[in-house]
Design a protein around this ligand. Structure first.
Ligand SMILES: [Zn+2]
Length: 273
């Protein structure tokens, strides 16, 4: 019963999620940690060093956030923010509440096109939009509380939390380094690709991005690779989704070109699920 009362149905996916830790709590803690991280990165000259890349990332994030808010209206009140952190790792993330980072390792090693960068950001924004961080923290909390393994089996979706190394810094403890379940990754793939297409970015870039990540031979971020023992099926799913979204993308592009309002036209262009 305790577990049942701790579950909430996600309004976007319709999936029941373990929610002992609320989205609001996750966002509040994330903001504190994010500000600290950004402050430290600034002191160490690891923040937004490349102003061209920063404005590029920001200008790609902006239309994605707009489409994200259309899916989850209360996200318009989030204090959305994106910075570039100088770090080797091929990584990017979006915390609960919309605080984002892209690592220079991703920009340098993957050399993403604008469409591919939109695929990365769309995916990460979707994790926040779908409350995946709060869900991960809730699962960790439940494990800590020592609930019976059998009760948790359904909520864990096969994620092995015991494999997580002790975490040092505050950002890590906020669940960013906890693996998402395969189901959560599939959701972020699907919603992310949709947001990107609606914002006028080529949905097929999600597929080429994934292929580039694979080319990193295991050096890419765990966030992208480790929870997916079957990358072929992920690519297949994204390829199908991208094809479905091509009319949405074409329409968004046309609207952007015409300088008209995209929202109305896109409503009619959305393909059947
Ligand atoms: Zn992910």
């Amino acid at each position: 019963m305790t577990l049942l009362s701790a579950c909430a149905t996600n309004k976007i996916t319709g999936r029941s999620q373990a929610m002992i830790v609320s989205d609001e709590t996750a966002a509040k803690q994330s903001t504190t940690a994010y500000n600290q991280l950004i402050g430290e990165a600034g002191d160490k000259r690891l923040l937004d060093e490349d102003t061209y890349q920063l404005s590029r990332v920001q200008s790609i994030a902006k239309p994605l956030i707009k489409k994200a808010v259309e899916l989850r209206p209360e996200a318009k009140d989030w204090r959305w923010e994106v910075h570039i952190l100088k770090a080797e790792e091929v990584n990017a993330w979006c915390m609960a509440g919309g605080k984002m980072a892209v690592y220079t390792g991703l920009l340098d090693k993957i050399q993403p096109t604008d469409d591919e960068l939109a695929a990365v950001l769309g995916h990460e924004i979707s994790h926040a939009l779908l409350s995946h961080q709060a869900e991960k923290l809730s699962r960790a909390q439940m494990q800590k509380a020592g609930l019976a393994a059998g009760m948790l089996a359904g909520a864990f979706f096969g994620v092995n939390l015991s494999s997580i190394a002790p975490m040092a810094d505050s950002v890590a403890t906020l669940g960013l380094q906890l693996p998402n379940s395969r189901q959560a990754e599939a959701e972020a793939d699907a919603v992310g690709i949709e947001i990107a297409a609606k914002a006028g970015f080529n949905p097929e870039a999600a597929v080429t991005l994934w292929q580039k990540m694979m080319g990193q031979e295991g050096r890419a971020a765990p966030e992208w690779l480790n929870t997916h023992p079957d990358p072929a099926s992920r690519i297949a799913a994204m390829t199908i989704k991208a094809q479905q979204l091509m009319p949405v993308y074409e329409e968004a592009k046309r609207q952007l070109h015409d300088g008209g309002s995209t929202a109305q036209a896109l409503e009619h262009a959305t393909p059947a699920p």
